[in-house]
Design a protein around this ligand. Structure first.
Ligand SMILES: [Zn+2]
Length: 265
């Protein structure tokens, strides 16, 4: 079977600070909006390929800043979620959506089993293998880990405005989400909600359950409204806020951990 990616195209995984010593392991499944060359423009306009349907606006920059502040490893996924949504299992219809919000995605219509498998093999598997390898290597070195996945959401979805700044998402394991909700909830001027604008019923906890649930390690998914982090000032502000929240959460979960950087709220 032919692969999806050509030899000169990049690996889906971009690994940042892989030897970072923070317990926090950052994952950003929707960081990039690159379309694999073999898929052309997927039948979409250049405008559509820069919208939230193609990637999580601002999430990569916030995640990179967090990685630096916390000394945390970060795994970014470079290809557009339209080619393969790495926060969905291969059997999910949303993994290669034929429609995103109200936009038809012609490049995902009538995919053959081989075409689906090529995307799973070239994007989904290497990305999640990299997350597994990182977590397993840290465990073998007795480095404790907790997983924080970084996302952004559109302020208006199907014509309805979403009235929150930060969503804290979880499935069955609520430990880290409860802590983050308590800590972020104390911050002035931001609206924080549990399992909004979507939650486990929408199938968005795949990465959390796959890597956190199976290992029994703390995990949470953070969703920032994307108009708050589409410019450098907002990205810096949100990275600082979340670094503070996560450092406090880490010091509660692992009291013996030496916190490298201390930021004020
Ligand atoms: Zn996302």
């Amino acid at each position: 079977m032919r692969g999806l990616l050509r030899p000169d195209e990049g690996d889906p995984v971009i690994s940042i600070n892989e030897n970072g010593q923070s317990p926090v392991v950052l994952v950003c499944e929707h960081a990039g909006r690159v379309i694999p060359q073999a898929l052309g423009n997927m039948g979409l306009s250049p405008e559509d390929l820069t919208r939230h349907i193609a990637w999580d606006i601002g999430a990569e920059v916030v995640a990179r800043r967090l990685s630096e502040t916390l000394d945390a490893p970060l795994l970014l996924q470079r290809y557009s979620r339209l080619a393969y949504d790495c926060n969905r299992p291969p059997e999910s219809l949303d993994a290669m959506p034929v429609k995103s919000e109200a936009t038809r995605v012609p490049g995902n219509e009538n995919l053959t089993p081989d075409a689906r498998l090529a995307r799973i093999r070239d994007i989904y598997r290497p990305f999640h293998d990299a997350v597994s390898e990182l977590l397993d290597r840290r465990a073998s070195q007795n480095i404790t880990s907790l997983i924080v996945t970084m996302h952004s959401f559109t302020p208006v979805y199907r014509g309805i405005r979403r009235h929150l700044d930060l969503g804290v998402l979880h499935d069955r394991d609520t430990r880290l989400a409860d802590l983050v909700l308590g800590l972020a909830g104390r911050m002035k001027d931001i609206v924080v909600r549990r399992n909004e604008p979507y939650g486990p019923q929408d199938g968005v906890c795949h990465t959390l359950n796959l890597h956190g649930g199976t290992r029994g390690i703390h995990h949470v998914m953070l969703e920032i409204r994307n108009d708050l982090i589409d410019q450098e000032a907002g990205q810096a502000q949100w990275a600082a806020r979340l670094a503070s929240v996560l450092e406090q959460a880490v010091s509660i979960i692992f009291p013996s951990t030496i916190v490298r950087t201390r930021l004020s709220t």
